[in-house]
Write a protein that binds this ligand. Structure first.
Ligand code: FES
Length: 177
Protein backbone atom coordinates (compact mmCIF):
# COMPACT_ATOMS: atom_id res chain seq x y z
CA UNK A 1 0.00 0.00 0.00
CA UNK A 2 1.54 3.29 -0.89
CA UNK A 3 1.77 6.16 1.51
CA UNK A 4 0.29 8.59 -1.01
CA UNK A 5 -3.07 6.83 -0.87
CA UNK A 6 -3.33 7.59 2.84
CA UNK A 7 -2.43 11.21 2.27
CA UNK A 8 -5.40 11.96 0.00
CA UNK A 9 -7.82 12.09 2.96
CA UNK A 10 -9.08 15.64 3.47
CA UNK A 11 -7.75 17.33 6.59
CA UNK A 12 -10.62 19.82 6.65
CA UNK A 13 -8.46 22.87 5.93
CA UNK A 14 -9.06 23.49 2.23
CA UNK A 15 -12.78 24.23 2.04
CA UNK A 16 -13.31 21.46 -0.52
CA UNK A 17 -16.52 20.31 1.17
CA UNK A 18 -15.26 16.81 1.96
CA UNK A 19 -15.64 15.65 5.52
CA UNK A 20 -12.39 15.74 7.49
CA UNK A 21 -10.93 12.73 9.26
CA UNK A 22 -12.13 14.12 12.58
CA UNK A 23 -15.70 14.49 11.28
CA UNK A 24 -15.68 10.96 9.89
CA UNK A 25 -14.34 9.60 13.17
CA UNK A 26 -17.08 11.44 15.02
CA UNK A 27 -19.71 9.82 12.79
CA UNK A 28 -18.16 6.42 13.51
CA UNK A 29 -18.22 7.24 17.22
CA UNK A 30 -21.90 8.16 17.04
CA UNK A 31 -22.86 4.99 15.17
CA UNK A 32 -20.97 2.82 17.66
CA UNK A 33 -22.47 4.71 20.61
CA UNK A 34 -25.97 4.10 19.22
CA UNK A 35 -25.27 0.36 19.32
CA UNK A 36 -23.72 0.22 22.77
CA UNK A 37 -25.12 -2.64 24.83
CA UNK A 38 -26.75 -4.33 21.83
CA UNK A 39 -25.70 -7.95 21.74
CA UNK A 40 -23.86 -9.20 18.63
CA UNK A 41 -23.70 -5.77 16.98
CA UNK A 42 -19.94 -5.62 16.41
CA UNK A 43 -19.91 -6.81 12.78
CA UNK A 44 -22.78 -4.52 11.87
CA UNK A 45 -21.06 -1.54 13.50
CA UNK A 46 -17.80 -2.34 11.70
CA UNK A 47 -19.64 -2.48 8.37
CA UNK A 48 -21.10 0.95 9.03
CA UNK A 49 -17.74 2.27 10.23
CA UNK A 50 -16.07 1.03 7.05
CA UNK A 51 -18.70 2.61 4.85
CA UNK A 52 -18.26 5.93 6.69
CA UNK A 53 -14.45 5.99 6.96
CA UNK A 54 -13.64 3.88 3.89
CA UNK A 55 -11.51 1.37 5.79
CA UNK A 56 -10.77 0.33 9.35
CA UNK A 57 -7.38 1.55 10.59
CA UNK A 58 -6.47 1.07 14.25
CA UNK A 59 -7.76 4.49 15.25
CA UNK A 60 -11.22 3.60 13.94
CA UNK A 61 -11.06 0.22 15.69
CA UNK A 62 -10.19 2.03 18.94
CA UNK A 63 -13.19 4.34 18.61
CA UNK A 64 -15.49 1.36 18.05
CA UNK A 65 -13.98 -0.52 20.99
CA UNK A 66 -14.29 2.51 23.29
CA UNK A 67 -17.89 3.18 22.40
CA UNK A 68 -18.98 -0.45 22.60
CA UNK A 69 -16.93 -0.87 25.78
CA UNK A 70 -15.10 -3.94 24.56
CA UNK A 71 -11.36 -4.67 24.22
CA UNK A 72 -9.73 -3.34 21.06
CA UNK A 73 -8.19 -6.81 20.59
CA UNK A 74 -11.71 -8.19 20.14
CA UNK A 75 -12.44 -5.62 17.44
CA UNK A 76 -9.11 -6.26 15.70
CA UNK A 77 -9.76 -10.00 15.79
CA UNK A 78 -13.03 -9.58 13.88
CA UNK A 79 -11.53 -7.08 11.42
CA UNK A 80 -8.66 -9.39 10.51
CA UNK A 81 -10.84 -12.51 10.38
CA UNK A 82 -13.30 -11.29 7.74
CA UNK A 83 -11.93 -10.51 4.29
CA UNK A 84 -14.58 -7.87 3.60
CA UNK A 85 -13.00 -5.64 6.23
CA UNK A 86 -9.92 -3.70 5.20
CA UNK A 87 -7.34 -1.99 7.39
CA UNK A 88 -5.88 -0.16 4.38
CA UNK A 89 -7.40 2.63 2.27
CA UNK A 90 -9.33 1.31 -0.72
CA UNK A 91 -10.06 2.82 -4.09
CA UNK A 92 -13.47 3.73 -5.43
CA UNK A 93 -13.30 0.82 -7.88
CA UNK A 94 -11.92 -2.65 -7.16
CA UNK A 95 -10.14 -4.40 -10.00
CA UNK A 96 -9.78 -8.17 -9.62
CA UNK A 97 -7.65 -9.99 -12.12
CA UNK A 98 -8.21 -13.72 -12.19
CA UNK A 99 -5.14 -15.90 -11.90
CA UNK A 100 -7.04 -19.16 -11.56
CA UNK A 101 -5.76 -21.99 -13.74
CA UNK A 102 -7.79 -21.24 -16.89
CA UNK A 103 -6.98 -17.54 -16.80
CA UNK A 104 -3.36 -18.09 -15.88
CA UNK A 105 -2.67 -20.34 -18.86
CA UNK A 106 -4.50 -17.97 -21.22
CA UNK A 107 -2.52 -14.88 -20.29
CA UNK A 108 -3.80 -13.61 -16.95
CA UNK A 109 -0.26 -12.74 -15.97
CA UNK A 110 0.04 -10.34 -18.92
CA UNK A 111 -3.06 -8.53 -17.68
CA UNK A 112 -1.48 -8.18 -14.24
CA UNK A 113 1.76 -6.87 -15.76
CA UNK A 114 -0.03 -4.33 -17.95
CA UNK A 115 -2.20 -3.12 -15.07
CA UNK A 116 0.89 -2.71 -12.91
CA UNK A 117 2.34 -0.51 -15.65
CA UNK A 118 -0.86 1.54 -15.88
CA UNK A 119 -1.66 1.80 -12.17
CA UNK A 120 1.80 1.86 -10.62
CA UNK A 121 3.01 0.04 -7.55
CA UNK A 122 0.86 -0.53 -4.50
CA UNK A 123 -2.60 -1.97 -4.14
CA UNK A 124 -4.45 1.34 -4.27
CA UNK A 125 -3.71 4.20 -6.64
CA UNK A 126 -2.67 7.58 -5.23
CA UNK A 127 -5.94 9.17 -6.40
CA UNK A 128 -7.86 6.35 -4.67
CA UNK A 129 -9.70 5.53 -7.87
CA UNK A 130 -8.62 1.89 -8.07
CA UNK A 131 -7.72 -0.91 -5.71
CA UNK A 132 -6.00 -3.79 -7.43
CA UNK A 133 -6.37 -7.41 -6.33
CA UNK A 134 -5.72 -10.86 -7.68
CA UNK A 135 -8.52 -13.45 -7.60
CA UNK A 136 -8.48 -17.23 -7.91
CA UNK A 137 -11.58 -17.67 -10.09
CA UNK A 138 -14.39 -15.27 -10.91
CA UNK A 139 -16.60 -17.78 -12.69
CA UNK A 140 -15.78 -16.93 -16.29
CA UNK A 141 -13.27 -19.73 -16.98
CA UNK A 142 -14.78 -20.52 -20.40
CA UNK A 143 -13.91 -17.03 -21.60
CA UNK A 144 -10.53 -16.63 -19.93
CA UNK A 145 -8.58 -14.54 -19.25
CA UNK A 146 -11.05 -12.62 -17.15
CA UNK A 147 -11.06 -9.74 -14.73
CA UNK A 148 -13.68 -7.69 -12.97
CA UNK A 149 -14.08 -4.07 -12.02
CA UNK A 150 -16.62 -3.85 -9.21
CA UNK A 151 -19.58 -5.96 -10.44
CA UNK A 152 -18.66 -5.87 -14.12
CA UNK A 153 -16.86 -8.94 -15.48
CA UNK A 154 -14.56 -8.46 -18.48
CA UNK A 155 -13.93 -11.63 -20.49
CA UNK A 156 -11.20 -12.57 -22.96
CA UNK A 157 -9.37 -9.47 -21.87
CA UNK A 158 -6.81 -8.11 -24.28
CA UNK A 159 -3.99 -6.36 -22.36
CA UNK A 160 -3.79 -3.75 -25.13
CA UNK A 161 -7.39 -2.70 -24.41
CA UNK A 162 -6.88 -2.19 -20.67
CA UNK A 163 -6.02 1.46 -21.01
CA UNK A 164 -9.37 2.12 -22.70
CA UNK A 165 -11.24 0.14 -20.07
CA UNK A 166 -9.61 2.10 -17.23
CA UNK A 167 -10.24 5.38 -19.01
CA UNK A 168 -14.00 4.86 -18.68
CA UNK A 169 -13.64 4.87 -14.91
CA UNK A 170 -11.03 7.62 -14.85
CA UNK A 171 -13.43 9.95 -16.66
CA UNK A 172 -15.82 9.67 -13.71
CA UNK A 173 -13.17 10.92 -11.25
CA UNK A 174 -11.91 9.17 -8.15
CA UNK A 175 -11.93 11.17 -4.99
CA UNK A 176 -15.20 10.14 -3.40
CA UNK A 177 -14.26 6.52 -2.66
S1 FES B 1 -10.06 -19.40 -13.64
FE1 FES B 1 -10.38 -17.34 -14.20
S2 FES B 1 -12.51 -17.15 -14.26
FE2 FES B 1 -12.21 -19.17 -13.54
Amino acid sequence: MNKQAEQTRCQGCCGCGQESEAQLLERVRQVARDHRGKEGCLIQVLHMAQSIYGYLPLEVQRVVADELDIPVAQVSGVVTFYSFFSTQPRGKHTIRVCLGTACYVRGGKKIVERLRELLGVGDTTADRLFTFEVARCIGACGLAPAMSIDDTVYKQVDPDKLENILARYQQEGGEEA
